[in-house]
Design a protein around this ligand. Structure first.
Ligand code: PMP
Length: 379
């Protein structure tokens, strides 16, 4: 079962499973990268100058493929950065919190806190601007998204931050909020780390989106930022040059050395996504996988999920055994059945199945079959 090419299903929340054919292609190209005509260039991607024609080809193609896949409009910049989602928690306010200035010269940002990640974003932003919680789902244990009508938005906020998919709590906005319709003039910032490329994005509602690559786009080390052009050029003077979006954009993400191998791997994923039929095909597949898993949980007497059905994540499915004494047996049986990394995040407990783009329906079917069998034998 666990030979090189017969790998178990991996439900890690990230870094996460990648499509096997992508890994196989990367392995084949590792020592001597072939160009589009199949001509070997004599070096591997990790050994190329980021300014050489070979890497520029890889970079340009990756950017164009991503723009096409996510239907990113021409007036948005795509930036390939480093530092992950947590660095963006600082980089975003450093760049755009002063779009509008308060009387004291600082800027204000509103946060809708729906789980661990938006809570962290709020805490970090407070170092650089007036950060304000507009709404929070904490009181109900982060199992719902506060109704948009209850959000206390600041009239002078530069932006409203949401985490559009909370990886740990399993809470996802099925639709992005329409701030304009809510009477707000603030920009919407989304942390889409854990569901980027799993469904479409309504860019008319978004000013800036960011996400680490290590769940749905490729290996760790690459951070994607998609930002509307008119939000560039407002950075605080203390913003490090390498994190100033305007500087990064002007230099086509090559002000400093970009994470070249991660960009190459993400580029292979983008082409894999196109071969799968693009984002709408992924969205349909992801919806089907999530429905099967939630149905199995809801129909059982042994498992439960606490999140309200209108905001259950299609990517990260936390679930609990009613009898927690069976957790270890569940996990070791799962491992024996070829189902890896199902243990829940330590702050939440229980189990979590992350079912990103690279998880086939067959993997979710194997998991649900195991869950039912475990219930039959232990229930
Ligand atoms: N935001 C979300 C939604 C995440 O899931 C994560 C990582 N799990 C982060 C931010 C932090 O990302 P990083 O570890 O790349 O800084």
């Amino acid at each position: 079962m666990n030979s090189v090419l017969h790998r178990p299903y991996n439900f890690s929340a990230g870094p996460a499973a990648m499509p096997q054919e992508v890994l196989a292609q990367a392995a084949e190209e590792m020592l001597n990268w072939p160009d589009a005509n199949g001509k070997r260039c004599g070096m591997g991607v990790m050994e190329m100058s980021h300014r050489g024609k070979e890497f520029l080809f890889i970079y340009t193609q990756a950017e164009a493929d991503l723009r096409e896949l996510l239907a990113v409009p021409a007036h948005f910049k795509i930036l390939f950065m480093q530092g992950g989602g947590l660095a963006e928690n600082a980089i975003v306010p450093l760049n755009i919190s002063a779009l509008k200035k308060d009387a004291d010269g600082g800027g204000t940002a509103d946060f809708v806190v729906t789980g661990s990640w938006s809570e962290k974003s709020f805490a970090e932003a407070g170092k650089y601007c007036h950060a304000h919680v507009a709404a929070s789902g904490k009181a109900d244990g982060f199992t719902s998204i506060p109704d948009a009508g209850s959000w206390q938005l600041n009239a002078n906020a530069s932006y409203v931050h949401i985490c559009s998919n909370e990886t740990i709590n399993g809470v996802e906005y099925h639709e992005l909020p329409d701030l304009k319709a809510m009477g707000s003039k603030a920009e919407l910032v989304i942390d889409f780390s854990s569901h980027v490329a799993s469904r479409g994005v309504d860019w008319s509602r978004v000013g800036l989106a960011f996400g680490g690559a290590q769940k749905n786009l490729g290996p760790a080390g690459l951070t994607l930022v998609v930002v509307r052009e008119d939000l560039l050029g407002h950075a605080l003077s203390i913003c490090p040059s390498a994190f100033n979006y305007q500087t990064v954009a002007k230099n086509e993400s090559m002000y400093n050395t970009p994470p070249t191998y991660s960009i190459y791997m993400a580029g292979l994923i983008f082409r894999w996504l196109k071969r799968q039929g693009g984002i709408s095909a992924m969205e349909a597949a992801n919806t089907a996988k999530a429905e099967l898993l939630y149905r199995t949980i809801d129909d059982s007497g042994m498992y439960f999920n606490k999140v309200q059905s209108n905001c259950r994540s299609r990517m990260n499915v936390p679930f609990f055994l009613r009898n927690e004494a069976l957790n270890d047996a569940f996990l070791s049986g799962a491992k024996d059945a070829g189902l890896l990394q199902l243990k829940g995040h330590k702050s939440v407990g229980g189990m979590r199945a992350s079912i990103y783009n690279a998880m086939p329906l067959a993997g979710v079917q194997a998991l649900t079959a195991y869950m039912q069998e475990f219930e039959r034998t232990h229930g």
